[in-house]
Each structure stands twice: as C-alpha cells, then as structure tokens.
Design a protein around this ligand. Structure first.
Ligand code: UDX
Ligand code: UDX
Length: 458
C-alpha cells in the first residue's frame, strides 16, 4: 500500500507512543513509525504487553500495528525515509553543572538533532513534542542549519497536553492543539502541513497556531497554572485542619465560580508526575535567567508548598500514632502518582516511603499497576518493605493504611474485613480523600483525611 505521508516519532515513551498511535488510528492514509534508542521498549511495543498502561491504548495499537503503525529501532533509516519527524525524547531536570536541579537536561535533544542532521537526505519538518525551555526550537534550528548540505529544516513546536490515565481521551478529543511556527513562508507552510494532520479529527477552532516562542511557553505555563491550583488548595487544606473547616466544602464553593472552575481543586498528599515539578522549575530557571527574581520566587512557591504538603502528611501520621512510627506496619494504598497509570515518576508515595523508612516504620505497598515501578524506585533503601498486590492481604496485621493513589477500587473494599485483620488501634490516613470516612470511623478506624477534622476514638 502506498501512503500519502510518512511520519516518524523519535522517543517511544508515555508521550510518543500514545500520540503516534492516535495519529495512525485517525489517519489510515499516513504511515507512522515510532523509533527509540532502547530496543527493549520497542520490543514491548511490538509485543502483547505494551510498555505503558493507559486505558484504551491496547485497542488502538492492536488495530493499527503492522497496518500503518510501526515500532522500530532503525532510527537512521527512518530519518532518511520520513518527511515529518516528531521528537519526543525525555528532557529530565539537569542533575549536574549550571542550572542543576532546575534547568532541563537537553543532551538527548541535541543528540537527536545531530542524528537527524547526519542522516537526512531531503527537506524535513521537525516537530518538538517534548516539553522544553523556551527557545529550544532556536537551538534546534541552529544545529540543523550547521550542516553544509542543501537540506532545509523547519522546526515547529507542538506541545503535548495529554494527562496520564486519560491520554487516549485527551488525544481523541483535545481541548486544543497548539502549533507554533516561524512566520516565514516556509515556516507557515510547515505549520499548515501539521494542521492538516490534526484536522483529520480535531475541529478547526480547536487548532491554535501561534509564534513558536509563545507556543513553547504556553506548555510550561499551562502546567504551572494546573500545579498552582493544586498547591493553592493544598495550602488551604493545612488551614482547614487547624480551623475545623472542611477543604472539600471549601473547594466546592470556590470551584462553582465559573471564573475559577471546579477541576484540579482536590486537596491531596501532593502532586506528582513527570511534568509538573520539572516544568515549573524550568519556568523558574527561565525567570532567574532574565533577572525576574520575584516572578521566579512566585512560581517556586508552588513546588515548596507541594514539598511541605508531603512532609506534613508524614508528620500528621507520626503525631496521630503517638509520636513514633518505629516498628509500626504501614500499608500504602497505591504507589502510582495518580490513578489509572502504572507510572510512579515523582509520585508522592516515593517521598512518603523514604520518610517512613527513616522513621523506621515497616512498609507494605499495594497497587494494581505500579508495583514493578515501586520496587525499582525504592531499590537499595534500607528497611523493611513488602509488595503485595491484594489490598486485603497487604493490610493484614498493619497499624495504619495510608492512601497515596485515588484508585477507584479502594473505596469499594470491605473495610470491616480489613479492620478486623489489622492491629488496634487501627488508623487510616487518606491522602486522596476518597474513602467513606464516616463509615470507616463507625467501623472502628481512627480516620485522618486531608484538610478535614480527624475522626478519632480517643
Ligand atoms: C518525554 C519528556 O519527559 C517530556 O518532557 C515531554 O513532554 C515528552 O517526552 P515521556 O514520553 O513521558 O515524556 O518520557 P519517556 O517515557 O521517558 O520517553 C522518552 C523516550 O525517549 C524513552 O523511551 C527513551 O528511550 C527515548 N530516547 C531518549 C530516545 O529514543 N533517544 C534519546 O536520545 C533519548
Ligand atoms: C499533566 C497535565 O495535566 C498535562 O496536561 C500535561 O501534558 C502533563 O502533565 P499528568 O502529570 O499526566 O498531566 O497528570 P495530572 O492529571 O495533571 O495530575 C498531576 C498530579 O496532580 C497527580 O499526582 C494528581 O494526583 C495530582 N492532582 C491532580 C491533585 O493532587 N489534585 C487535583 O485536583 C488534580
């Protein structure tokens, strides 16, 4: 079969895999190939067990794989053959040198740009999918134009707004698709080519085009605003606990103001995920670079409140459990950074686990999808840790349950059965406010939600 276009994605991760699967699904006329430097990842994408768990992804991949969606390790060959190249390699926070702990580490990006330059034999459109510091496209252009061949590259920014756990829904029915380009005739032509791809399923009024720097910045700012909303309600949750107010009632009242909106106002043990902290720190670094220290401090506070919220959760546990956790068995309900994903990157559960181990507690971790990642995250830590998939078995003999992830199976459990199997007094610390608190209290538990008065039997 001959395809109308051939496109490539470099980086078969949480973003690259689902995004390209959706393009292949919606555009049977295009051939879509995804490559990665990690052959194991590619083998998983080609197997019956995909490397990431995402509701609805399996069906789409199964329907398109081998038809117009291909996973391969032949990066150089595919660069030669494809006209449009999406780049979705990871850009972690730098751990060394200038900007360590804040700026993005762009080494994979630069390596990828050079690889494209070395292998391209015809003009290409390069699409930035990874979230990047503003003006990365410029750096990319400079690398690509450093060759002395006559090949022309257009660099576009097309940030991804998918959230894990709802990636397929977000891709199928996005709030908006953002495409940033140069204003030159070539830049606009390249932009129109990308618009044409999305127009296969996204209504035209939801495809926004902008200048390339606004586009890169919009992604950082979107994530910073979302995280800021969570840190705001989490800050208020601390006040609610002191002032006998209920944070759920406060967020309901606040969120019904249409100007504010009700989403992202769930107080929690803290936000996690690969993007929020990284993107805010990127924004902070950018502001500092331009000497905007007040602006940098403002955004930095969003991360500080998140750290405070996680530490506060541990201190609340300690305080409730008679000021010592040493030797106590604590069962973590959930380890993923949010429900419906096995991803644990920056999950608050990692911090909480480390702190509980420091306090010499024993950890029993249960999660429907994230136990393998949890084992990897906690590898080498000193202390007693067990991993048990069945929540009933995990809670047996424990002093406390601490909810880390809002998996919908948890509120449906038989808490009478769980209570009977636990050491008394039994505690529940609900870091997601998802359990039926009153019912738990009546069963005998001492219940400590986030941002609400505790319910105790003593
Ligand atoms: C990544 C970035 O972390 C994020 O900032 C961006 O918005 C989208 O891309 P994600 O897809 O979640 O997010 O990352 P990850 O799952 O780690 O996937 C990146 C993939 O790129 C990995 O499979 C890695 O092996 C691959 N990679 C990395 C390459 O193929 N080439 C490289 O040079 C480096
Ligand atoms: C985020 C953005 O939402 C997405 O647009 C972007 O492309 C990538 O980063 P993601 O990190 O996958 O997506 O998940 P998200 O739903 O934003 O949740 C992030 C964290 O915030 C999770 O730990 C979640 O549990 C937490 N959260 C979310 C809260 O604590 N309270 C809320 O009200 C909402």
């Amino acid at each position: 079969m001959t395809f109308k276009k051939k496109m490539l994605c470099i980086g078969a991760g949480y973003v690259g895999g689902p995004t390209m699967a959706m393009i292949a699904h919606k555009c049977p006329q295009y051939k879509v190939t995804v490559v990665d430097i990690n052959p194991k990842r590619i083998a998983q994408w080609n197997s019956g067990e995909l490397p990431i768990y995402e509701p609805g992804l399996d069906e789409i991949v199964k329907a398109t794989r081998g038809v117009n969606l291909f996973f391969s390790t032949e990066i150089e060959k595919e660069i030669r053959e494809c006209h449009i190249i999406f780049v979705s390699v990871n850009t972690p926070t730098k751990t060394f040198g200038a900007g360590a702990g804040m700026a993005a580490d762009l080494q994979y990006w630069e390596k990828t740009a050079r690889q494209i330059l070395r292998n391209a034999e015809s003009d290409k459109i390069i699409v930035e999918k990874s979230t990047l510091p503003v003006k990365t496209a410029l750096a990319m252009e400079r690398i690509l134009t450093s060759g002395n061949n006559n090949i022309h590259f257009d660099v576009l920014s097309n940030p991804e707004f998918l959230a894990e756990g709802t990636a397929i829904k977000d891709l199928k029915d996005p709030d908006r698709v953002l495409i940033g380009s140069r204003r030159s005739p070539e830049g606009l032509r390249a932009r129109d080519e990308l618009v044409e791809i999305y127009a296969n399923w996204v209504p035209s009024d939801r495809i926004l085009t902008s200048n390339i720097w606004s586009c890169e910045l919009s992604k950082l700012v979107s994530n910073a605003f979302l995280a800021q909303k969570i840190s705001s309600i989490n800050a208020i949750s601390a006040l609610c606990e002191k002032a006998d107010a209920d944070v759920t009632e406060v967020s309901r009242a606040v969120g019904m103001d249409n100007r504010l909106g009700s989403r992202f106002l769930n107080a929690s043990v803290g936000f996690g995920g690969s993007c929020f902290k990284k993107d805010i720190l990127n924004l902070v670094y950018l502001c500092q670079y331009y000497g905007l220290n007040e602006v940098a401090d403002y955004w930095k506070a969003v991360v500080s409140i998140n750290d405070y919220q996680k530490e506060r959760f541990v201190l609340n546990m300690m305080n409730a459990m008679f000021n010592t956790l040493a030797g106590k068995r604590i069962c973590l309900f959930g380890f993923a950074f949010k429900a419906n994903t096995g991803d644990t990157r920056e999950s608050p559960a990692i911090f909480i686990s480390k702190r509980l181990l420091e306090e010499r507690a024993q950890l029993i971790i249960t999660d429907p999808k994230a136990l393998d990642n949890a084992k990897f995250d906690l590898e080498g830590l000193e202390g007693a840790i067990s991993y048990i998939e069945d929540p009933y078995e995990a809670a047996t003999g424990c002093d406390a349950i601490a909810v880390m992830t809002e998996w919908d199976v948890y509120p449906k459990l038989d808490f009478k059965k769980i209570y009977d199997s636990m050491t008394k007094p039994a505690f529940v610390f609900d870091g997601r406010n998802i359990l039926p608190h009153k019912r738990l209290f009546e069963t005998g538990f001492n219940v400590f939600p986030v941002g609400k008065p505790p319910m105790t039997h003593f």
